[in-house]
Ligand binder design. Structure first.
Ligand code: TTP
Length: 190
């Protein structure tokens, strides 16, 4: 019997993995999320995803463990979660009227070895008035999310266009994750 573990404390990742209607466990890990300045976004999200999955795999060496990490990238800037309200306001102001990329890295660590990949999704924001941003901050939604918004919630109103995988923006590219799980030898009913 193969065991699947999601190495994440993100309620969104849990909901996304639940789409597959497979049994899985959740074990969150505490890893160092710092990275060398100048590291490319794809490397950052893959490295952090791997650290999260590795940390849980150490105690569950017969399981398939999934770790993931999401950042928002605007030009050269990598935006993680905002530290406070001012930080969230600054992030959202900087994203207003522009296209940014959401990078999500996924790492699957199992007895078969490690597979790590990333997705890049482009998101275009409407021009946002300061009042709109302030009203959005009041919802409380931005504070635990990369780039200070959630496309799956009120943040949907900030988004004009998206190119790529919607689920990857929310935190887990479901279909690619399934394909990689199968390649790694995990038995899936479909
Ligand atoms: C851009 C965007 C991000 N997010 C979320 C996904 C991630 O949960 C979060 C980015 O932080 P992460 O550090 O990737 O994940 P996390 O700390 O929430 O969970 P864990 O490390 O335990 O797996 O931002 C949304 O929910 N919606 C969005 O539109």
């Amino acid at each position: 019997m193969q065991t699947l573990i999601l190495a994440s404390s993100s309620p969104r990742r849990k909901e996304l993995l639940e789409i597959l209607q497979l049994p899985f466990e959740i074990k969150s890990s505490d890893v160092d999320e710092n990275f060398e300045p100048g590291t490319k976004p794809a490397e950052v999200v893959m490295e952090l995803a791997k650290r999260k999955a590795d940390a849980v795999f150490q105690d569950h060496k017969d399981s398939y463990v999934i770790g993931a990490d999401t950042v928002v990238v605007l030009g050269d800037a990598i935006l993680g979660k905002p530290h406070d309200e001012d930080d969230a306001f600054t992030m959202l102001r900087s994203l207003s009227g522009k296209q940014h990329s959401v990078f999500t890295g996924v790492s699957i660590v199992s007895p078969q070895g490690t597979t790590t990949f990333f997705t890049e999704t482009k998101v275009l924001f409407w021009e946002l008035a300061d009042e709109e941003i302030k009203a959005y901050l009041k919802t409380g939604e931005p504070f635990d999310k990369a780039g200070a918004y959630g496309i799956q919630g009120f943040g949907s109103m900030l988004v004009k266009e998206i190119h790529g995988d919607y689920f990857a923006v929310v935190g887990l590219p479901v279909s690619q994750t399934v394909r990689k799980l199968k390649e790694a030898g995990f038995n899936l009913p479909m």
